[in-house]
Design a protein around this ligand. Structure first.
Ligand code: ATP
Ligand code: MG
Length: 139
């Protein structure tokens, strides 16, 4: 298995509910290396660019409004197989369908307010990391 990097976000719902520490401790327990981390209130335009793959979906407007309401925590995680590993820890998009023990099952409120984001493939991880961080932040 290769060492990979993935883009993780603690979304505004989770930050607003005081879940940042709980989610970071799960990241620590899973032995990810946090390469870089920052808090950021996305602009609506930034949220639209980030989720551009979903622009035709019925939930696009609501999703990008939600993602730009208040601060999120944006970070790059490194580990063996980091992309799939972080998605396993997050669980399925809909908390009602997520496996027991996952972040979304235990902490998520709804399919929209599902606490975290994770890149879904190597190419999207590269795009998403570059969307928020520049080269000198990634060494
Ligand atoms: P993410 O990309 O945030 O890690 P994901 O890959 O599990 O989540 P996507 O299909 O990429 O899920 O959807 C992106 C986000 O859009 C979801 O995490 C959720 O916040 C929101 N979303 C997805 N489906 C719906 C829906 N049916 N109604 C409302 N919001 C939705
Ligand atoms: Mg996705």
């Amino acid at each position: 298995m290769a060492i990979e990097r993935t883009l993780a976000i603690i979304k505004p719902d989770a930050v607003g509910r005081g879940l940042t520490g709980e989610i970071l401790s799960r990241i620590h327990a899973a032995k990810f290396h946090i390469i870089v981390i920052k808090t950021r209130r996305l602009t609506k335009k930034e949220a639209e660019g980030f989720y551009a793959v979903h622009r035709e979906r019925p939930f696009f407007e609501e999703l990008t409004a939600f993602m730009s309401t208040s601060k999120a925590v944006v970070m790059v995680l490194e580990a063996e197989n980091a992309i799939a590993k972080w998605r396993d820890i997050m669980g399925a998009t809909d908390p009602a369908k997520a496996a027991p023990g996952t972040i979304r099952k235990e902490l998520g409120a709804s399919i929209q307010y599902n606490c975290t984001h994770g890149s879904d493939a190597a190419d999207t991880a590269a795009f998403e990391i570059g969307y928020f961080f520049s080269g000198s932040e990634l060494v």
